[in-house]
Design a binder for this molecule. Sequence first.
Ligand code: AMP
Length: 421
Amino acid sequence: MLTKAPKGTRDILPGETSKWQYFERVVSKLAENYGFNELRVPIFEHTDLFARGVGESTDIVTKQMYTFEDKAARSITLRPEGTASTVRAFIEYKMFNQPQPVKMYYLGPMFRYENPQAGRYRQFHQFGVEYFGSIAPEADVETIQLCINIFKELGLKNLSLEINSVGCPNCRQKFQEELKKYLANNLDELCKDCRSRYETNPMRILDCKNKKCNDLLKDDMPLLLDNLCSECDEHFYNVKELLTYVGLDFEVNPKMVRGLDYYTKTAFEVIVDDIGAQSSIGGGGRYDGLVKECGGPETPAVGFAVGIERVLLALENQGVKIPEDNEADAYLVYGGSEAKKECFRMLDKIRSLGYLALMDFEDKSFRAQLKKADKLNAKYAVIIGEEELSEEHVLLRNMKDGNQEKIPMNSFLDKIQELIR
Ligand code: AMP
């Protein structure tokens, strides 16, 4: 117990963090280019926020939340996703009074009690954006463009974009009735969850992971797209037209509803071939009713979330090279205790100039120290033995070509700055 992290969680080890930091740098820069600014919300919120926001009958709320009572008997939940918290912050800080649109992004851990497998964890990480205050189809397309461009910028290939319209509460009502009629004769074949979904929220049956339920939804099933009201229909038409105009390939998947209840009109998902069963690396859509539902003024909004573990897995499986840990600029090598002291003093001086400098303190042989410098891919070895010490020189060895140069100690720091910029 004590020596193993909880099921479904994983440590991001020092060898991997450089990949995460690279991902974070790329996505923050791109999101900022699109006019999004970072928002940092708490890891936990009042349970009601997610129950209300994500939807009482979604899998996330009914089965997957980490909910507990705190010491004052408040019901608290570790956030399972980022949109509800962003909406809460939008309302709490009255961002609706700021000039619209308000565009924010977030990065961080999310928590869902799911069955762990490759690409599915109980603590996982998302990058997401939320775009408040615009009903224009351009806002949907800009959001989708950012999502796709993040993957392209990272070097991912074999991507496909699926879109659908899940309508508004009005057209959905009509669709749900049609769906109920369609399934009415096969109620016994639905799983227990879907039987209750049938009563409370039939659209969620489309999202069931049970194969038997999926098989009941044949090609002749009623589709949301055939039940859209004229406003939703027109919006979907405009989104498709704009996507084509800006050259983004997409496929309409009329059965895609996504696992959260708050979506209205556009829903989208990005799929990648190379990571096995959990092939969705990001998804989102419009949620025009959520701000009002959570107690704010009516505010249209659109956003998406990307699963960071899955993106990194896809990058690895596709053999995309991402920057490794930083390599050392200088490795200090000494022979004897006086030289060790001199190297130790120099170590801090080199670091204060902004370089990555390392040395070993265990009095190893010259050979072993140079081997270590090589292993760490250091650019230069700074060698001080007894001879160098008495002559007040250092031997600077270029580790790439093996060339060595004698440099007077008092001009050594200038030399380093000249060589490494
Ligand atoms: P969602 O918040 O369900 O719309 O999911 C958005 C993205 O988060 C998905 O496309 C996945 O890439 C990622 N994701 C969702 N659930 C998990 C999980 N349990 N483990 C890892 N990644 C996940």
